[in-house]
Design a protein around this ligand. Structure first.
Ligand code: HEM
Length: 227
């Protein structure tokens, strides 16, 4: 067995992979959010449609996108492997468990939170990503150039209160997942320090509140606009 396979099979290796893929996905969330916020510009989707198609046609973004899907898969599969390894190492629960005092609710429920986010992702990718890539969607012409009008698909979806509710609830789960995941990734990578850890914790909590809240704001505002 090579050292790479050995490392990836060890508990530490699995945790490292979770942390690295998690940090990449955090970075993806920031870029995705910045792009999506253009949906709220008062230009009937022009900026967003041009942005979405420019990104989709960019060869570098295409490679990053394949990496993105690969990292999501790795993050999910390794979380299952890690949970199984942890269960095997401690098949019987602690006799005395003061879970509430030495760990947060989110840290103890990362698997459940992650599963809900995965379900959300399946709905999300089928509704938007798949439609954008393979669906027959209307077009819009800006400055003589034809673009896929993905804004229309999103606006139609967010005119449905049930769809908006799914997004808002999923963003609450994402917030809890990030509230533990952000700082935990830094800790796994050994980037914890008496001086910086409290700051990383605070930035993590801030990130976990602001990013999902802004993601949730988009369907809420678009729903109100559709009334
Ligand atoms: C208001 C909220 C959101 C909107 C309007 C939105 C919209 C879109 C659209 C239009 C696409 C297809 C075009 C593209 O790739 O840019 C997409 C792709 C994607 N979205 Fe979202 N999204 C939202 C939130 C999220 C969240 C919270 C996550 C993750 C938890 C997420 C994960 C993804 C992924 C993984 C892809 C595929 C990206 C790729 O091709 O690499 N999205 N989204």
């Amino acid at each position: 067995m090579s050292w790479v396979t050995k490392t990836l099979n060890s508990t530490l290796g699995k945790k490292l992979l979770m942390a690295l893929t998690g940090l990449f996905l955090i970075l993806f969330l920031v870029v995705h959010l910045a792009g999506n916020l253009q949906l709220l510009l008062p230009d009937e989707g022009e900026s967003f449609n041009i942005y979405a198609q420019t990104m989709a046609n960019n060869p570098i973004i295409r490679v990053v996108s394949i990496g993105n899907f690969a990292f999501i898969l790795i993050h999910v599969i390794w979380s299952i492997l890690l949970t199984r390894a942890n269960k095997k190492a401690r098949p019987v629960n602690y006799a005395v468990s003061k879970a509430g005092t030495n760990s947060t609710w989110a840290s103890r429920n990362m698997g459940i939170l992650g599963t809900v986010i995965l379900l959300f992702l399946i709905i999300h990718l089928r509704g938007f990503w798949y439609e954008f890539k393979f669906g027959e969607i209307p077009t819009a012409v800006y400055d003589g150039v034809t673009y896929k009008n993905v804004f229309l698909i999103i606006a139609e979806a967010y005119s449905n209160i049930a769809y908006v509710a799914v997004y808002v609830v999923a963003m609450a789960f994402l917030a809890f997942h990030l509230s533990h995941g952000f700082a935990s990734a830094f800790q796994t990578l050994g980037l914890n320090h008496v001086k910086y850890s409290p700051l990383i914790q605070k930035v993590g909590i801030g990130f976990a509140i602001i990013v999902p809240a802004l993601f949730a704001l988009i369907p809420i505002v678009m729903y109100i606009q559709s009334l």
